[in-house]
Design a protein around this ligand. Sequence first.
Ligand code: ACM
Length: 540
Amino acid sequence: MRLRSIVSPRALRLPLFAGLVLAVAACHRAPRGRLAPRPLPSTQALIPAPLGLRVVSSDSFIITDSTRIVIAADAAPDVERLAGQLSAMLAPATSVGGVSRLAPGEAPPPRSISLQVAPDTLGDEGYTLSADGNGVVIRAGATHGLFNGTQTLRQLLPVSVEHRAAVRRVLVVPAVQVTDRPRYAWRGAMLDVARHFLPADDVKRYIDAMALFKLNRLHLHLSDDQGWRIEITSWPNLARTGGRTQVGGMAGGYYTQAQYADLVAYAAERFITVVPEIDMPGHTNAALASYPELNCDDVAPPLYTGIKVGFSALCASRDTVYRFIDDVVREISALTPGAYFHMGGDEVEKLGHEEYLRFVERVEGIVRAHGKRAIGWGEIAAARLDPSSVVQHWRPARNGKPSDSSHVHAARGGQVILSPGNRTYIDMKYDSSTTLCLGWAGLFDVRYAYEWDPETVTPGVSGRSLLGIEAPLWSETLERRTDFEYLAFPRLIALAEVGWSPQSAGNWKNFRDRLGSNAPRLSAVGINFHRSRDIPWREQ
Ligand code: ACM
């Protein structure tokens, strides 16, 4: 996150404004002048790269207005919903004939798109996709796998599939056999909606883009010194007061519980689990400003709009604080069907080490009592955690030496999510000409985000203890949706492939060409992506 800033909040406002002006000149750099090559055929441009792909013949399948999407007679409601989503994706140009249930024992008719759930060895998210002149069959052991198959089908189709209003588009599916499954169970993205608030509709657009690249966890950083962003009915001032501002002093915002529940449902329809984070005991100025009793001296500090870190802490010796935490965890957990609650725990300077550890252990107990698996930033690994809890490693290891106790957690049977700042903090500048964003973990472009092996990041964390990877996007300098997207894309796409595809598939030159070929699709879905210099963008 977080620069230990020597810049005063007052001084910050000018650079932010100047940054916006310069962003137009530097961040949004025009593509280079030479004639761009044509995109690769869709079978060679899939991201993330599937485990196995074979082009079987030149006999492609054209989706027409008589194509039916078929599901089994006894298909579960979520399969029917998925078939409806697929029909909506294909329908505007071709009037695809909707979704039909087959009669018991009936085989899929010729020239249909068939979604089939059948036991396999590819796990919940794996699938096979077979396409030839006679139609498409997507088969998976679970609905999530079927969904992943539909996203591959989407990428196999011409980019016109993204243009809902296109007329006369010809949806050609090349003849292929795909067998696919992810490398890691956790392929996450984090949005910091606390430093700058991001309205729910903008979060939905981020979710849409995540789904296209098979990311499956959206971690929402819902509170920090600068803002509290979710309504808590038992402590209403958190949102009303703590949500009032944001970095730079502009008006902030928060999600009502109904809006948050709607976001969670929207993500779930795209097989993305929302992971709520309430950061504590530090990064809590917005809460401390809302309720004096959370402070040891009973004095509420003013709201904070700068970007320093480490100066705030809940009063860890007070029972009121744990009642507060219990209420917050209870209300948010009731709105969140996913298995996880993120308790933050990073960058705490105002508590003694022992006091910090006891706090972490007590809050972990509260989270577990509300039926969730606790997650926390790397610092919490020093506490006596339950093996069911998850540590999110973020400080890059130096010279092969661990930067936190993730390895201790792994040794006690726990799991770790990797978010090393120098590879995954996609709020870092791309290069010295990037005017938005920070640079404390290093400047890095797409290649650096792509070329690493999670198994070797931090000693003692590999194999079963490695749950997956996540790309945090901290928003100290990001004010609007287009800023968030500009920093995330295309690095988030590189990280989606690191999390999904086998390490052996990781060939930079090949990835670079596939990414370049996806430019028309990124443009079609309206993502404001950075045209990194090291990518041969193919614009048509
Ligand atoms: C962090 O960046 N402080 C988790």
